[in-house]
Design a protein around this ligand. Sequence first.
Ligand SMILES: Nc1ncnc2c1ncn2[C@@H]1O[C@H](COP(=O)(O)OP(=O)(O)OP(=O)(O)O)[C@@H](O)[C@H]1O
Ligand SMILES: [Mg+2]
Length: 347
Amino acid sequence: MATAHSEDIGGPAQPLLSVTNLRKYFGGTKGLFDRTAADPVRAVDGISFQIAKGDTLGVVGESGCGKSTMARLVIRLIEPDEGDVVLDGQKIGSSSGISVREMRSQVQMVFQDSYASLNPRLPIEDSVAFGPIADGVSKSVADERAIEILDKVGLDPKIFLRRYPHELSGGQRQRVNIARALALEPRLLILDEAVSALDKSVEAQVLNLLSDLKTQYGLTYLFISHDLNVVRYISDHVMVMYLGQIVEIGPVTTVYEDPKHPYTQALLQSQPTMDPHNRTTEAPISGDPPNPIRPPSGCRFHTRCPIAQPICSQVQPLLTKTADGQRQAACHLTASAQTDSNTNTTA
Ligand SMILES: Nc1ncnc2c1ncn2[C@@H]1O[C@H](COP(=O)(O)OP(=O)(O)OP(=O)(O)O)[C@@H](O)[C@H]1O
Ligand SMILES: [Mg+2]
């Protein structure tokens, strides 16, 4: 299958995805002078990053830090309050760029709940062919494509074509969801906890499948997971989020082996380890994350940070390149200000 969008508009050096100052607040009232107004939830609060072509950017952070909201903003399931999303140099939703519809033919998303994403009354073949048909592809071509892709995701078409979702295991259903996304020949696949509901052996198979498909179809991934091991395995770069903002972003090995931000350090230490000499008895991050309606002043992590200083509650740290030049982190104490650039590239 040749992808319809395989033509590289801006060349390999142009990021496939470029997000600038993306912001989404939920709820609250807009009235400037209404003192009874409820404050909004600051789900995504000014984030900027890029994903290079062919790269996998993993996204980690505690529940509620805004990972899914960020993904939904990128694919415009929800409208951003502010910020730009640019796909291969083309701004989404602008007259000089591409429409949301054109973007959706290049960006697809796979969710955690494999069953809810499938129509229980449609056999697998029709589910996979549905998107292309809605996109104007003829039924015969869409059916052919469905057969080819089901085979590629490891589901023998002879066995699975006429089966219904309830006749499949969770892993098989998630393979169907991946097939449905690929049937639309995307360039960017957003995976939001796409393997999280699977048991470990099935999860490993689906992760290997995703790696193979990426090479085969020249895909780029935005991979969200609460599982730090899974993110390390699949990602080239990793972005760590805390209360709607990015606290650290860089190559996955650099960040995992030498995390600079105290939150990244705590998150990595909170992973259970099999090594009995390396076990900690204390929880590295104490308490729940603060309320995203009224996030702490200055650095949002200062209320839980073991090394916080007075400046941390007063001044918000910018995401800056660390002294080793390897990645960017937003910390007054551990990341020295080398650049005032606020754009984070995974290139
Ligand atoms: N439609 C909505 N209306 C109001 N608040 C919302 C809405 N969607 C998300 N939120 C809030 O925005 C914040 C970020 O939520 P989001 O689902 O993006 O987090 P997450 O990092 O994906 O969490 P998880 O790891 O649990 O999936 C949370 O405080 C959440 O309650
Ligand atoms: Mg989520």
